[in-house]
Design a binder for this molecule. Structure first.
Ligand SMILES: Nc1ncnc2c1ncn2[C@@H]1O[C@H](COP(=O)(O)OP(=O)(O)OP(=O)(O)O)[C@@H](O)[C@H]1O
Ligand SMILES: [Mg+2]
Length: 155
């Protein structure tokens, strides 16, 4: 599985990278955001989503709603936090399965997806670094689709 590794030393650096990935996304792209509580999954997702919105909007953590959706000129955006998911059947009820095909999806706590994990998703793992605002990110993918999107002109 091809991977990329990044280091960010501030929330702004993480946000800048999120915007760069965001600029390459189209309908049907799913980003799976893995990492412990406070790793920066929501910060990354919020930065990415806000960079795609035509009119500025708050992007709250979907901790309790499980899913928040946004309209963007590129595609509908689904931001999910599955931490509190009680049963995988809820994924279908939420409409997330269809959204994987038609929207840009950002999913926190994707381990809850089980078999419904989209095969062509981009895996993003965030972990803490030495300093309080240091974060390590590993990006992994299986399909050539991401090869093109990420490696074409992206350091
Ligand atoms: N380099 C960094 N990148 C991202 N966030 C950072 C960084 N440095 C500090 N932070 C801070 O870490 C916190 C990350 O919180 P966030 O809500 O994004 O975590 P999370 O991974 O979504 O946690 P949860 O599992 O509870 O949803 C924010 O307060 C953010 O400002
Ligand atoms: Mg979060």
């Amino acid at each position: 599985m091809p991977t990329q590794k990044h280091h960010f030393s501030s929330p702004d650096e993480t946000a800048a990278f999120a915007r760069r990935i965001g600029a390459r996304l189209t309908a049907g792209d799913t980003l799976l955001l893995t990492g412990d509580v406070g790793a920066g999954k929501t910060h990354f997702a919020r930065s990415l989503i806000q960079s795609l919105l035509e009119t500025p909007e708050d992007v709250p953590s979907p901790t309790f709603t499980l899913v928040q959706t946004y309209d963007s000129p590129v595609a509908e955006i689904w931001h999910a936090d599955l931490y509190r998911l009680s049963d995988p059947s809820e994924i279908e009820e939420l409409g997330l399965r269809d959204a994987f095909d038609t929207a840009i999806c950002l999913v926190e706590w994707p381990d809850r997806l089980g078999d419904l994990r989209p095969a062509n998703a981009l895996d993003i793992t965030l972990s803490p670094g030495d300093g309080e605002t240091d974060r390590h990110m590993t990006i992994a993918w299986d399909t050539g689709l991401w090869e093109q999107k990420l490696c074409d002109g992206m350091p």
